[in-house]
Design a protein around this ligand. Structure first.
Ligand code: GTP
Ligand code: MG
Length: 264
């Protein structure tokens, strides 16, 4: 079963070639799909220039403008599912996630996890060089999420994840609403509610050295309201039913569009 790493990018010209090269240098074979939102700094062109060196392994999908991390991942999930990938990874472009940890996430899935989460808040994990206010925000978000939802994940906002394809196939991606941190929480919450097994693997998260953060107040607000929304929704019986993929949600207009486009 093939493995693909989805990397959403917005203005990552300083990082993108390095991160892609580092993934292809790993012993395990991973394919890479970059989802670029028309970065003004030319990130997409850098990827396109690299494609000749990695034929059939490096892919890029370009969207018209900045539409948020969550929608970029949903686009990438549909793209990867349509092509039969067995293990689908999420990873940032900015070297906060160490490419070498892809192997541990994959291994955790081979050992029985449906969803492996690169976690800063289990034994052996941590943050390096992250400003204190970001650590407080991240730990606060984890505490708040657990308090409200009881989601049994110590690092619910983590964005370094391996999904077995069965998880993404089972979730009705049309029901995933959020774009920032809340997206990461929502995906884990949905997988947990549908009974999938989540395993946290310790990782060290490093602050980015190059480029700029896309964090903003809107993302935090969405997180605060989003967690309450998830809790509220999950009180109703039909929440789990809505989360499950049905025949009609299987081929939504977006997945058809993605599939048609890339078949050309
Ligand atoms: N396609 C796409 N990618 C995005 C968007 N927003 C952020 N990204 C990418 O998502 C990844 C995570 O974004 P970051 O800015 O690093 O966010 P963060 O890790 O929460 O914040 P920092 O720790 O401060 O870097 C990076 O690869 C970004 O380039 C977006 O709207 N569209
Ligand atoms: Mg980052």
């Amino acid at each position: 079963m093939q493995k693909i790493v989805i990397i959403p990018t917005y203005n990552e010209k300083e990082n993108i070639s390095g991160i892609v090269t580092a993934i292809f240098a790993l012993q395990q074979q991973f394919h890479v799909l970059v989802i670029d939102d028309n970065s003004p700094d030319g990130t997409a062109q850098i990827v396109k220039n690299m494609q000749a060196a990695f034929p059939g392994q490096l892919f890029i999908e370009e969207r018209k403008g900045k539409q948020g991390l969550g929608t970029a991942y949903i686009y990438g999930f549909r793209w990867a599912l349509a092509r039969g990938y067995g293990y689908i990874f999420e990873m940032d472009a900015d070297f906060s996630h160490n490419p070498a940890d892809l192997d541990s996430l994959y291994e955790a899935c081979l050992q029985g996890a449906d969803l492996a989460v690169g976690s800063r808040y289990v034994k052996g994990g941590g943050n390096v060089n992250w400003p204190r206010n970001r650590i407080i925000l991240s730990k606060g978000a984890s505490f708040y999420t657990h308090l409200i939802t009881r989601l049994p994940v110590k690092d619910p906002t983590a964005g370094f994840v391996c999904y077995k394809r069965e998880v993404l196939e089972a979730i009705n991606l049309n029901e995933i609403k959020f774009v920032g941190y809340a997206f990461q929480i929502e995906m884990k919450f949905a997988a947990w509610k549908l009974g999938f097994k989540i395993k946290e693997v310790p990782i060290i998260f490093r602050d980015r050295t190059y480029g700029t953060s896309k964090m903003n107040k809107g993302i935090v607000k969405e997180g605060i309201a989003g967690v309450l929304y998830l809790r509220w929704q999950s009180w109703f019986k039909d929440y789990s039913n809505r989360l499950k993929k049905t025949e009609s949600s299987n081929f939504s207009s977006v997945s058809n569009e993605v599939f048609a486009k890339t078949k050309q």
